[in-house]
Design a protein around this ligand. Sequence first.
Ligand SMILES: Cc1cc2nc3c(=O)[nH]c(=O)nc-3n(C[C@H](O)[C@H](O)[C@H](O)COP(=O)(O)O)c2cc1C
Length: 305
Amino acid sequence: MALSLNVKLGPLELATPLLTASGCAGYGKELDAYQDLACFGAIIGKSISKMPRMGNPYPRTAEVTAGLLNAIGLQNEGFDSFVKSTLPKMRGFGTKAIVNVVGHDFDEYVWLCEHFDAEEGIAALELNLSCPNVKDGMKFATDAGECERLVAACRKATRLPLIAKLSPNVTSIAEIARAAERGGADILSAVNTFVGMSVDWQRREPRLANVTGGMSGPAIKPLALRCVHEVARAVKLPVMAIGGIASADDVLEFMVVGASACQIGTFLFVEPDAATRMLAELKKKLIDAGIKNPAELVGTLKLPA
Ligand SMILES: Cc1cc2nc3c(=O)[nH]c(=O)nc-3n(C[C@H](O)[C@H](O)[C@H](O)COP(=O)(O)O)c2cc1C
């Protein structure tokens, strides 16, 4: 049998196991010039809220060793404008469109799920439970009870496959993963950024106007791998890995610990056509290893007795 890269995560089927991570590829248009977007199983857009958001004051990004700190603060055009002008373009890239939603509060998340449910051509909704860069942005990601309550309400509000995106900034990511599973999520994605900080010592000033920001990029990969490992062992749900992914070997490592698909984020700023290269590498490595579908690898990690 020939190699197939098709993966199935509960109700969501993807032609390849690579996706864009929210906030790192706009809504697809930004990457379209660099590669055939069909190399992604789906495009996940930046978080959308009910009303437009201006985001945080500048400077909002700072480069750090092997990574990036950002405190964008969820700048986005808001539901109405997104549905009218951006979503139709997202549907035209020859791959699936996944909408990432974020609310200021419980009701806003539910409102967004209800309203996106009525729109055509959305393959799934991803709940951004965790934005470390906005005030009160962490409640649903850090409190298991709040997380379960929110996911359950969103579950009732939409028939679309529901992905709960977890924060690594918690004592036990496994506990939050179980809460999202109890709430009725179909898929978990892990992880969002790690809270970090960068300082210009000569000016005695933080490099971000927000003081702290979310750390991403290759530097966080071992941290994300540990998180995905813990999440995959805690739940029965399929998991999407996120965090510093830059090569086919990274993808395969995340699969062995239990991820069924991988989102590529910060590395797209370094190499906007990374997915084309990674997909070719992935095919070769799977064929060389005699593997016919990535699913054969998922959760095959051998732990010491
Ligand atoms: C500039 C920037 C903006 C981001 N915006 C969002 C966002 O709007 N919603 C969200 O859920 N995650 C957002 N993220 C987090 C990424 O989707 C991803 O979880 C994180 O960056 C880790 O993956 P990476 O190391 O591959 O970048 C953002 C990340 C970056 C770097």
